[in-house]
Design a protein around this ligand. Structure first.
Ligand code: C2E
Ligand code: CA
Ligand code: CA
Ligand code: CA
Length: 276
């Protein structure tokens, strides 16, 4: 038993070691990925449940490593936050997404995710202005998505930065709403224009009356606060129907309308869905 315990420990150490080396390698390669165009953006539509028209798209980053294949965004974004490379990624995403959005019919907007580290320094405000200027996109067609966890570190600093962006007419969305600790307290004193209800709430909406009631009431609360309400992770017609029938949700997003797509296919999807 003792020998096996030791063997297990050894395996554990080796695994940790290789995990560490794997992450280290990804961090190194990420620097090259940014400069050598290995990052791509895909877009996921936000749809009006009543009309089924596309009203906006969220930009999501993709990285296909030349040897290791596709790396999940949760993984490489996390690593980029550790190294500080996130700043360069956010800048690139803002530039690319705004340049694409100007081709979409007005008033379709584009949403970009930013992380805690982006809210720390002064770069974000500059990158946003830079991207709007270069693309010629109206500020009202750009949206910034932040999660509650990104707001924990420096709450006042983050609030000030988001307020400055909101003053320019840029939309601010609270992402993954309902998964953090103090959701409601963030609704005070932050310049949000949109709430995105996390997909965990939508998952059982057709089987749980409580989930449906929760959604309906969060939507009502959001309405009272003049927020646009989004349901994330809508995967089935039944879920969409329940949302449309029983809640005042303004926009839905999810695999029901397909997986996120590259820019050219996104343009085709918008044209198809908004034809009527
Ligand atoms: P997120 O901002 O909550 O993005 C939504 C995620 O849910 C995306 O995963 C999307 O593909 C997935 N999703 C959309 N609809 C459905 C559905 O109906 N069912 C299910 N099961 N999933 C759905 P993805 O692309 O893997 O991104 C994961 C996370 O990585 C994002 O979560 C976001 O936090 C982060 N991320 C992605 N791109 C960027 C970026 O450019 N910058 C930053 N800072 N973070 C990013
Ligand atoms: Ca998001
Ligand atoms: Ca989300
Ligand atoms: Ca509303």
């Amino acid at each position: 038993a003792k020998a096996r315990g030791k063997g297990q420990y050894q395996a554990f150490v080796e695994e940790m070691d290789s995990e560490f080396r794997y992450r280290q390698r990804l961090k190194n390669d990420l620097a090259i990925a940014i400069s050598e165009d290995q990052l791509k953006l895909v877009y996921q539509p936000l749809v009006d449940p009543a009309t089924r028209r596309v009203v906006g798209c969220e930009a999501l980053a993709r990285w296909t490593h030349p040897e290791l294949g596709p790396i999940a965004p949760d993984v490489f974004i996390g690593l980029a936050e550790e190294t500080g490379q996130i700043s360069a990624i956010t800048r690139w995403v803002l530039q690319t997404a705004t340049a694409e959005c100007v081709f979409w019919p007005q008033p379709i907007s584009v949403a970009v995710n930013v992380s805690a580290r982006d809210l720390r320094g002064e770069d974000l405000t500059r990158y946003v202005s830079e991207a709007l200027k270069a693309s010629g996109l109206a500020p009202g067609r750009l949206e910034i998505e932040v999660t509650e966890t990104a707001l924990i570190e420096d709450r006042e600093g983050a609030a000030a930065k988001l307020a400055a962006l909101a003053d320019k007419g840029i939309g601010i969305a609270l992402d993954d709403f309902g998964t953090g600790y103090s959701s409601l307290s963030y609704l005070r004193g932050m310049a949000f224009s949109k709430l995105k209800i996390d997909r965990s709430f939508i998952a059982d909406i057709t089987t749980s009356d409580r989930s449906l009631k929760l959604m309906a009431n969060v939507a009502r609360l959001g309405q009272d606060l003049d927020l646009v309400l989004v349901a994330e992770g809508v995967e089935t017609e039944d879920q969409l129907e329940a949302i449309a029938r029983h809640t005042a949700i303004d926009q839905v997003q999810g695999f029901l309308f397909g997986t996120p797509l590259p820019a050219p296919e996104t343009r085709e999807l918008i044209a198809r869905m908004n034809r009527r």
